[in-house]
Write a protein that binds this ligand. Structure first.
Ligand code: FE2
Ligand code: FE2
Length: 478
């Protein structure tokens, strides 16, 4: 704010707190009009951000739907049995809601005569292809036993541990499959149009502490969110939520020779540096904070919220909301509710390795893998696709269809839509590491996918260049 602007504010009867004298005001007339309209005569930082974001009262809220509170479970057989029973019964219930007619258990099917028409819900315990006839053979199981199902003419991708409804005919102690139904998500409606624009930003994989962290680009983002950069400042003003989806810091000892690429070599120091940035984000914006495989917590999922002994400084953020990985919340703005499912995405590379057509792990492949998760109603459908803790409840089951499904981890950016659910993968803030170079992985750096909660439209902004600009790659539909 320059001397002239201070004088104009003063002559309009508005006193200014010293805390905001360094702030760059882009539209002084608009600011004065807003202040006068609200009878505000003293401008401090909080008031400035409230007025700047077009509100005097906080009309946004976060309601937790699913969040892991940190209970512990040992890896022993009985716990795994209970874990898989919970997963099976919850996904089975989703399938029953779709179609409950004519369902029978595998033990019933075993006792039925040959050539009977049968229908069952089962978990796929293995998938193989017959060497001679190229049939797909599924070993399936439910709480009553095991059986085989033979697929002769389906292109459908069936993966281990998916829970599916199988319709077919019994021959020679196997079900010859006519139809397979995956639980899948429900079609989501567009959100209400009556509310004003309100934006949510998706940031992950900041990797603070790495020498490859793009400090300049992140600084540009911080300036932008404070309204100090003209480009797309109309969006910055109306941001209500920021999702920080894991790998907030680079951590220590996560990949071979990481030490050589670290600028800050202790976990606390890395989180403290992150706090310095996040503390500069306007306080009316709620920051949803969760962790990934580089953060200071156990790798097995679900991961509990950040550990205060390392990330204690972050807990000083008045606008920080600390959550597990994964989590599901309802975000409310002006009485419009948006369901958000956030998962760091550790299971994604498993499917890129397992399914050759997704091996490039580009935006389209990540989108396809995210669709597998939604269709399977599970964030890591195949056992082994991520490390798990066998809790009595499986936190990775997708019980409720989200409006937005957000992941990170891959260091690529993506914004797309599937059955009305917005799919987001949120880039990274770190140049290519030696590890990524070795595997030919080229990251998308400093891109921010943004969703308008009013109508679920989306775009991606690029903070890497000289100017903040729209990024087209990885964007499927606006
Ligand atoms: Fe990462
Ligand atoms: Fe990660």
């Amino acid at each position: 704010m320059n001397e002239n602007q201070l004088n104009i504010l003063f002559s309009n009867g508005i006193l200014v707190d010293s805390s905001i004298k360094d702030i760059n005001i882009l539209d002084l007339d608009l600011l004065i009009k807003s202040l006068k309209g609200k009878n505000i005569t003293f401008l401090d930082m909080d008031t400035f951000h409230k007025v700047y974001s077009g509100e005097t009262a906080d009309d946004s809220s976060v309601e937790i739907v699913k969040n892991y509170e940190g209970e512990i479970s040992e890896s022993k057989p009985v716990n795994w049995v209970n874990y898989f029973n919970d997963r099976f019964s919850r996904i089975k219930n989703i399938l029953i809601m779709k179609d409950r007619s004519g369902l029978m258990s595998l033990s019933n099917i075993k006792n039925m005569p040959q050539s009977s028409d049968v229908k069952t819900i089962a978990m796929v315990s293995s998938v193989s292809v017959s060497p001679i006839k190229k049939y797909t053979i599924l070993d399936i199981e439910d709480n009553t036993g095991t059986y085989k199902a033979i697929i002769t003419n389906s292109n459908q991708e069936i993966l281990e541990d998916q829970v599916i409804t199988i319709t077919g005919r019994k021959y020679n102690d196997a079900i010859f499959v006519k139809d397979i139904v995956l639980p899948d998500i429900q079609m989501k409606e567009k959100t209400k149009q009556e509310m004003d624009d309100a934006f949510i930003l998706f940031i992950s994989d900041i990797h603070i502490g790495s020498r490859l962290f793009v400090a300049e680009a992140f600084e540009k983002f911080i300036k932008w969110i404070n309204g100090d950069i003209l480009e797309y400042s109309n969006i910055a003003k109306l941001v209500k939520f920021i999702v920080l989806n894991g790998d907030l810091i680079d951590g220590i000892g996560v990949y071979p020779d990481q030490e050589k690429e670290l600028g800050i070599k202790d976990l606390k120091g890395q989180y403290d540096k992150l706090y310095e940035y996040l503390d500069r984000i306007p306080k009316h914006i709620k920051i949803l904070i969760s962790q990934g495989n580089h953060d200071a917590t156990h790798i097995a999922e679900p991961q509990p919220k950040l550990d205060r002994s390392f990330a204690g400084s972050l807990y000083n953020l008045k606008n920080g909301i600390f959550l597990s990985n994964p989590y599901q919340v309802n975000l409310t703005v002006s009485k419009t509710k948006i369901n958000l499912l956030s998962y760091h995405g550790f299971s994604i590379p498993y499917y890129a390795n397992k399914i050759p057509k997704y091996s490039k792990m580009d935006a389209e492949d990540i989108e396809s893998i995210m669709k597998i998760m939604l269709k399977s109603r599970h964030l890591a459908p195949s056992h082994g696709s991520t490390q798990l803790m066998p809790l009595p409840m499986d936190y990775l089951v997708i019980d409720e269809t989200p409006d937005i499904f957000a992941t990170g981890h891959i260091h690529k950016t993506l914004a797309s839509i599937y059955k009305g659910t917005v799919l987001i993968n949120s880039s990274c803030w770190q140049h290519q590491t030696s590890y990524q170079k070795k595997y030919g992985m080229v990251p998308d750096v400093a891109k921010i996918p943004i969703v308008n909660l009013r109508d679920k439209s989306f775009q991606i902004l690029d903070f890497l260049g000289d100017k903040v600009q729209i990024y087209k790659k990885g964007l499927k539909e606006v």
